[in-house]
Unconditional design. Structure first.
Length: 251
């Protein structure tokens, strides 16, 4: 195990104590190296320059996706990005709408509503889509299915199954890795066969997200139901939803 991997695990385990003691948290996550990404940028609150035709991604991610798209087209596919960069306010709208729907319309308790939301949706400020490194992708050659980001479309017999097999074989050649895998022991977000991340940049952004203790800001956010997000819940969410991802994407 590398030293960086040990440091990563150590910081993850220490989070539970640090969340309840802000001063300790601040000290624990002090990064002595020069920072590349600000807290605002990591939380989707900055305005980074994005590139793409019909999607928004960082320059290097966009350039690699163009190469992947060209290769896929040679094999009869037409990659289509359904969702890419989302800023904090965009994610907040998604969160708030779901929270209101579940608590008001479905009469769920705040706690149950939050648990239902985080099956697939991130808490604003914690989404990898804030980074411009991640995207949700389908095969446009097959059209946009009803509710396209549904696992059934990517499984055997599904409209995007052949494209998913192609991505499984070739995506890593271009730096893209599936984030929320179907590994049996993985916790957190449900399996998302459509969600890929550009490893070279996203690993560095996750490293700084950890080092700067960005997760602590969630306890003071302006989202619906924020008062029900306890330190205990946030510790579990951080370890299971933010960190329990494809191990290749762990810095």
């Amino acid at each position: 195990m590398s030293n960086s991997r040990r440091d990563f695990i150590k910081k993850s385990l220490l989070l539970g104590v640090a969340l309840s003691t802000p001063m300790a948290l601040s000290a624990m996550f002090t990064n002595q190296e020069e920072l590349t990404f600000s807290v605002d940028e990591l939380m989707g609150k900055a305005n980074p320059k994005m590139f793409g035709n019909g999607y928004k991604l960082r320059k290097e991610v966009h350039e690699s996706l163009v190469k992947l798209t060209a290769a896929a087209k040679k094999d009869g596919f037409s990659p289509y990005v359904v969702s890419s960069y989302r800023n904090y306010n965009h994610q907040k709208r998604i969160w708030d709408n779901k929270y209101i729907k579940y608590t008001r319309d479905q009469k769920l308790s705040p706690e149950k509503a939050i648990e239902k939301i985080i099956a697939y949706s991130t808490i604003p400020g914690t989404s990898r889509h804030h980074w411009g490194t991640d995207f949700d992708i389908i095969d446009g050659a097959k059209g946009v299915a009803n509710n396209p980001l549904n696992e059934k479309h990517f499984n055997e017999g599904g409209v995007y199954h052949e494209f998913k097999l192609w991505m499984n074989k070739h995506a890593e050649d271009f730096g893209f890795y599936e984030v929320y895998t179907n590994a049996k022991d993985r916790k957190g977000f449900k399996y998302e066969p459509w969600h890929f991340s550009y490893l070279p940049t996203s690993c560095e952004m996750l490293r700084e997200y950890i080092n700067q203790g960005v997760i602590q800001n969630i306890q003071f956010s302006d989202i619906q139901g924020a008062k029900h997000i306890t330190a205990e819940f946030l510790e579990r969410y951080y370890n299971e939803n933010v960190l329990d991802i494809n191990t290749e994407l762990i810095p």
